[in-house]
Design a protein around this ligand. Structure first.
Ligand SMILES: *Cc1c(COP(=O)(O)O)cnc(C)c1O
Length: 467
């Protein structure tokens, strides 16, 4: 490529790496940024400037402009990639924003077990090797009423592990209305194939009867599988077979029943004026041989897959070599144990587990929070309005449920909703809202302590930066 004289001049004017590094070292307090980061940023800043000169988008070159670029790069490299965000979407179990927030009690246990040795796999009574599940097995059994329990890394893993153990190359009978896709390419037919089991579909999308299961039974049948349609709902002319009915049939024919609850809750939301989700206790009581559910959906704990059921099946699952590949980590286990302990007293669980607290929050509290947010923005040149909208539980649970909420619509004069959304998303910490009817909206239901003043700061910075 033929360079113009001006470009050649600009390239010659570029400072060298060493000059740039010296300038950076002089400006940045010693030991706050590793040398490797300084060097990489200096090189990248020079490279970017050189490219800009080649493409003719860089009219002048001086040390100051390259330095600014290097500082930006350093700032970006030093900032944690996984970072807190402000969830103003009103989606409580937001899969993209980290699902459930942990209770204080859970965070305390993570610290207590994380910076000291623990009895993770050590039986303190015998002085011999112990099982890591023992930290939670009794608790889970106590709360759910199950005979035995274990936990793995997540519920997707739990389902795979259970199918692999129970179906073991035979057929698993599933209703066509329950061939769920959870997202992230986790689909029941595919998981079945991975586990080596054969999927035997019965019934239709909207209606499946007990006789459909009955007629599907052959010598090759290894399992009746029920999958909770946690992220969608089939309404209208429908019928499904209950766990209890399947258990009766299963007992007759010697076929175990597994119930994948997915969102899995210990609390009956019906007691809080919300639609009921099937609880883990109900499934256990109905006699399911194995029940699986997530730790970080409606349970409100850390990411985990909980498996409860009969001792025979849980023992078989423990012996499966896949178990080792899916094992739960000690920090997760610590947080899960603390979360489970809160469930011994349901009122305490609902008050202290953020997911439960936010889902059961009444409209009055969202009004109070919306008012506090509008008050915090009152002195800024922005317009706010209280809007009666709704929040969602999220996380592939209670798909049709809308929680009445008082939201705050925010308008910055001369700025469109999508530009506002983008700018607030680029804030530190990022503020994530939603746009409805071309208005930028924050739902106070999912805001945490201190978030309101951070939002006010973000908006203040935003309006000050505008011409
Ligand atoms: C969410 C879900 C899973 C997967 O659980 P993860 O904890 O996300 O791995 C499995 N089955 C059902 C029915 C679900 O809703």
């Amino acid at each position: 490529m033929e360079l113009r004289d001006t470009q050649k001049q600009l390239l010659r004017a570029l400072p060298g790496v060493d000059t740039l590094l010296d300038a950076l070292t002089a400006e940045i307090p010693e030991e706050t940024v590793p040398r490797s980061v300084l060097t990489a940023s200096a090189r990248e800043a020079l490279e970017a400037t050189r490219r800009a000169i080649f493409t003719g988008t860089h009219p002048t070159v001086d040390l100051a402009s390259v330095l600014t670029l290097a500082h930006d790069l350093i700032h970006r490299k030093m900032r944690p990639n996984l970072t807190r965000v402000i969830n103003g979407t009103g989606v409580v179990v937001h899969t993209n924003l980290g699902r459930s927030l942990l209770a204080e009690e859970a965070l305390d246990r993570i610290r207590a077990v994380g910076d000291r040795y623990s009895n993770l796999e050590f039986n303190l009574a015998t002085g011999k090797r112990g099982l890591r599940y023992s930290a939670v097995e009794e608790l889970i059994c106590e709360i759910s009423g199950a005979e035995a329990a274990m936990v793995v890394n997540n519920n997707a893993g739990a389902v795979l592990l259970c199918l692999d153990t129970l179906v073991n190359g035979k057929e698993a009978v599933v209703s066509r209305g329950e061939l769920v896709e959870i997202g992230g390419a986790f689909r029941i037919p595919d998981v079945m194939a991975k586990s080596g089991g054969i999927l035997k579909e019965v019934g239709t999308t909207n209606r499946t009867h007990l006789r459909d299961y009955e007629q599907a039974v052959t010598d090759e049948t290894g399992l009746f599988l029920k999958v909770h349609t946690s992220n969608y709902s089939i309404v209208g002319f429908t019928s499904a077979v209950s766990v209890a009915e399947l258990v009766t049939l299963g007992k007759e024919r010697g076929i175990p029943v597994m119930d994948d609850l997915g969102s899995g809750t210990f609390v009956d939301f019906g007691d809080y004026g919300l639609p009921s989700e099937p609880t883990v206790q109900q499934s256990v009581k109905a006699g399911a041989d194995i029940v699986t559910f997530s730790g970080d959906k409606l349970l409100g704990g850390p990411q985990a897959g909980v498996i409860v059921g009969s001792k025979t099946h849980i023992d078989a699952i423990r012996k499966n070599p896949l178990t080792r590949a899916l094992r739960i980590d000690k920090l997760t286990l610590a947080a899960l144990e603390a979360t489970l302990r809160l469930y011994r007293d349901e009122a305490e669980a609902v008050a202290k587990i953020p997911t439960l607290r936010m889902i059961t929050m009444d409209r009055e509290e969202t009004v109070a929070r919306a008012t506090a947010l509008m008050d915090a923005l009152a002195t800024l040149p922005v317009t706010t309005e209280a809007l009666a909208l709704s929040s969602r539980p999220g996380g592939g649970s209670l798909p049709l449920l809308e929680l009445p909420s008082c939201c705050v619509g925010i308008t910055v004069p001369g700025m469109g909703a999508s530009a506002l959304e983008k700018t607030l998303r680029a804030n530190d910490p990022p503020v994530i809202g939603r746009i409805e009817n071309e208005t930028y909206i924050l739902d106070p239901r999912t805001l945490q302590e201190g978030d309101i003043s951070l939002i006010a700061d973000a908006l203040e910075t935003l309006v000050e930066a505008r011409p």
